[in-house]
Design a protein around this ligand. Structure first.
Ligand code: CA
Length: 223
């Protein structure tokens, strides 16, 4: 899961990014409205956290622009005070939820989870490749009926593979979907995680599902 935080207050942005990363999310940060809109239009994020008061373009402006361009990414708005007008304007513009500053990180996290779950339930039924199943809404993975424990990152990586069965995924594609813009693709972190995943889903089982494609990347398939 990859999130975008558009927030000009550096301290808040850092605190939110760090906290969400510790929960296994990939997090990009944009420091002003225009950059935030440009990044949000890429459509690679699963959730946007938009501060309302931003330099260059405010959060509501970003939201209106996104909805006008049919970008339906869920949006959580951050507002300084629980002003009724802000809430009404935001909901009219297509926001999915609100949080009033200052907020406790646990509350932000609960709302993020709820929004992502709602989206996952709406969009992604249980994924299946051979006898491997993954339920994004319940965050469960199993093979041959046997439960597999995965870390948040491993889960995100496996979900990406399972949404693209039979398709060769390059390290760049994987880093773009599962990590974030700051991620250095020259490192071997992706290979390390793919190997963790292999140990958990393929070790001691047939058929092997994760295959290396030399010079290209990886593919998940049942042959
Ligand atoms: Ca602000």
């Amino acid at each position: 899961m990859r999130l975008l935080v558009v927030e000009d207050e550096k301290k808040v942005a850092r605190f939110v990014k760090k906290g969400l990363e510790e929960e296994g999310y990939a997090v990009d940060v944009a420091p002003d409205g225009e950059e935030g809109l440009a990044m949000a239009l890429d459509g690679v994020h699963d959730l946007l956290i938009l501060d309302i008061h931003l330099p260059r373009m405010d959060g509501l402006g970003i939201l209106q622009e996104l909805r006008k361009k049919k970008v339906a990414t869920p949006v959580l708005l951050l507002t300084v005070r629980a002003a009724i007008e802000d809430k009404v304007l935001g909901l009219d513009a297509g926001a999915d939820d609100y949080l009033t500053k200052p907020f406790a990180f646990q509350e932000l996290l609960a709302r993020v989870r709820a929004l992502l779950r709602r989206r996952a339930e709406a969009e992604a039924p249980v994924l299946q490749v051979a006898d491997l199943t993954l339920d994004p809404a319940r965050r469960l993975a199993s093979r041959g009926g046997e439960k597999i424990d995965l870390t948040s990152k491993e889960f995100a990586l496996l979900a990406y593979f399972m949404r693209n069965p039979g398709r060769v995924l390059t390290r760049t594609m994987i880093s773009e979907h599962v990590w974030d813009y700051d991620f250095d693709t020259m490192t071997n972190v992706i290979d390390v995680y793919v190997n963790y995943l292999r140990k958990k889903i393929d070790a001691g089982r047939e058929p092997k599902l994760i295959h290396t494609v030399r010079g290209a990347g990886y593919v998940l398939k049942a042959e």
